[in-house]
Every structure is written in structure tokens, then in C-alpha cells.
Design a protein around this ligand. Sequence first.
Ligand code: ADP
Length: 491
Amino acid sequence: MKTEVVASEKVKAFDCQHFINGRFLPSQSGKMFQNINPATGEVIGTVCEGGKEEIDLAVAAAKRALSGPWKRMTTGERIAVLRRIGDLILERKEELARLESLDTGKPYSLSLTLDIPRAAYNFHFFADYLRSVGTEAYQTDEVAINYSIRRPVGVVGLINPWNLPLLLLTWKLAPCLAAGNTVVIKPAEWTPLTATVLAEICKEAGVPDGVVNVVHGFGPDSAGAALTEHPDVDAITFTGETTTGKVIMAAAAKSLKKLSYELGGKNPNIIFADADLEEAIETTLKSSFMNQGEVCLCGSRIYVERPVYEQFLQKFVAKTKELVVGDPFDPKTNVGALISEEHYERVMSYIELAKEEGGRILTGGKRPDGLDQGYYLEPTIIVGVNRNCRIVREEVFGPVVTVMPFDEEEEVIAQANDTHYGLSATIWTNDLRRAHRVAARIEAGIVWVNTWFLRDLRTPFGGMKQSGIGREGGMHSFEFYTELTNICIKL
Ligand code: ADP
């Protein structure tokens, strides 16, 4: 079984070039870096390492494209282009899913059923939504009539993480293009593949040259920093770590760019004794370990009301042990490999820390037997820790959760809010009044009741406290990706 895994992943991906002004472009400095498959640790391709030179070219192309054919397209024509991008993503879904899994180590079944279809849907959704975005007019007296027009913000820098590469890229790119902007994308260095294919798809769908540009490279002192510092970039939309967000904010301050951030989370998952426990456990398996726990929305702090605590733990541990960790391309696999050796070491160091802090590992905490290559970790459940432990306070971004009992509603609300993060939360209860009461008091941008990860793209998405700035989704995306000009005419 193990040798098959390695053999199947020897397949080379491809070498990623930048995409600037409608053309693929090699590294200007000649610098390249390796693309590693996390499931095997093997090199599957090379990537052009961009820097200031490529960013300058890409931003100049994006700036020129703002006043080109893209600007002159009618809304109907732009909608058709956006729909075509979505269609082409679906036409190439197996190929894109394969590349996404090669890059990230996530199960191919997940890429095929979640990442890629949702990426296509982002384009279809914002194409449809664009039909309803119009002009606002005000006339309340005979003195004047006012109306506000929406125009693109301009050149948008889009900095992307590695956990859901195409899904999160398209979640921002689709409304950004719908609003008429041009864009320079900096994909995460670990996951360059699907962004490169998407550039090709955009061109095929009829996006004019210069509207979508992709520059590969690293963050600090590299393409990422050059993009955030560029004076001709009008806005930055970023998903990634809170600490990176702070660095980008400082760089963007020099030219006062508009910012939209979706950052880290340490999300509470609260299970009251009156909840449907079977359903809560099934969903908690996903909210804990989906995508190897490498989702900012994962509920890594699980709080269970004392009367059902032991029962929950027993079943949750048993079900977690049944999860299959291994080859992303094996259909039986539930949990693939972590993104990189560096990240694997970081997650392992948190498990060691949890032990030092008095935590007990009920399952997991180690590399699965028989998987010597690749960055695999068994889904891990930790108990015996408290609100002061670093394992409970810091984002691990891996398949690692803590479970803690609670007695009172007030107490669990206080614990849930005892964090500088505020991205999402889940509450499990069948008491309607409690659901509303608790949901309104949890400090998070998204609170799910009796579910997780369910999304309607019209609704606001984002985090409070240090989990983000602003909201995206439906009209909220257009608020960010457009500037309003109010025109006042005296009658
Ligand atoms: P991680 O450490 O998990 O990769 P990051 O927040 O560092 O998460 O990375 C998310 C994205 O931000 C990546 O595309 C990365 O290259 C980029 N990035 C990291 N540091 C900077 C920076 N200083 N300026 C601009 N982009 C950055």
C-alpha cells in the first residue's frame, strides 16, 4: 500500500511561470524554487520566484488594463465572461482537483467535491449577483437630486494562503472582477499550481490581457512584500496569518491602501447537553479534522456540557480513530498530509507543548504507522488542559483539538470569548432561546447553530478582533471592491 502511494505521486506536475499581461513569463532574475508534494516529500516541479521586477511589470499591466477593453465591456458581457470562467473550471475539475491535492496533500475526494466545485460556484454566484448591483439615487426635496455610482477600486493585490488555494482565490477574485477591477495575484509559495491554471482559464474565458496577473514568490522581501508596498496598488485583499496581516498593514499604510483581511481563528465549538449528540459528533469530526484541520474555520476548542462530556468523548474518540490517514489519491482517505515539513514540525511542537502543559492525548499525537514519507499526522484529541494553556489559546492549524467540560452557559460564553481571535463559532443545542441568546453573545464574525461550514454567499463573511478586517460576500464584497462617487445635481 505504502509503496503504491509513493509510486503514484512520482508524477511530475508542471513548472509554474508568472502570468503577466496575458502571457506566461519566466523568472526575470532566473531564480526558481522547488514545488514539493507534501504526501511524499518529493519535488514535483519548479516555480519561478518573482520579486520587485515581476510585481512592477504586473502592476503596470494591471493599471493599463483598467482603461482598456475591460472597462468598456457591458455588464452583460462581463457576466458572460465570469460565467465562462466558472464553466471552464468545472470542465477541468478532475485536472484541477489533482493539482490541488498534489500541491496541498489534501484528499483528492475533497478537492473534487469541495475545493473545485466551490471555486466554480464563486464565479457563477458573483456573475448572477452582478445583475442586481446598481446605482443608488436620492431625491427627498426639490433642491437637488443625488445619485451614487460604483466604480472599481483599481488595481487590487490578492494575497492567497495555501490551505484552500483555488477556493479562497476565487472567493476574492470573482467579486473583484465582477466589480471591474484588475488584479495581481500572489499565490502561496507552497501551492502555485491551480492559480497558474486559473490564469490560463481566465484568458480563455475572454478576460482581456493585463486584467488578471499572477506573480509567484515568497512573502517577506519577495513578491508579497513588493506587492503590498507598490504605490499603484489601490487595495489588498489577504487571507492568512494574523501576524502576516500586521506586516502587510504596515506596508500598505505607506500609500493608504484599502484592506480586506481574513485572518486566523481559534474557534469554539460548544456542545450543550440538550443537543443531538450523534449529529454534533458527526459534524465535529469534520469541523475538527477536515482538510487536516488546516481551515481557519475549524473548531479547535471543543466545550462539552458536563452531563454529556464522557459520552461525547467516548464516541468522538472512537469515530476519530476510524478516520483513514494516508495517500490523498486513495478514495478511502479522510485525512491527507500537512502542507510542509516545517508546518508538520510546528504542529508537533504544539502537541509536545500540550503534554508539558498537563494535556493528555486520547488519540493521535503521532505519525501513523507505516507512513514514513510525507507529512502525516494522526487526528489528535487532547484533554486535561485549561484556558491558560497555549494549546487552548494559539492557532495550531492542524488536526489537533482540545476538549473541555463546562457547567454553566455564562462560563462557556466567557471561555469562548477569552481569545484575541473572533472568526467563527459553533453552538449545538435544541433550545431555541438558548441558541439565539448564546449566538448573539459570542464574539465571532460567523456563528453556526447545529451545523458548520454551511455558507450562503450573500451573507457577510469575515472575522472580528484579530481575525480580520471587513466582511466579504454578496453586497459586502462589492462594498470593498468598489468606490462610491456621489453626484449631486442642483435642480
Ligand atoms: P503561512 O505562514 O501559513 O504560509 P502566511 O500568512 O505567512 O501563512 O501566508 C499567506 C500568504 O501571505 C502567502 O501567500 C505568503 O507568501 C504571503 N505573505 C507572507 N508574508 C508576507 C509579507 N510580509 N508581505 C506580503 N505577503 C506575505
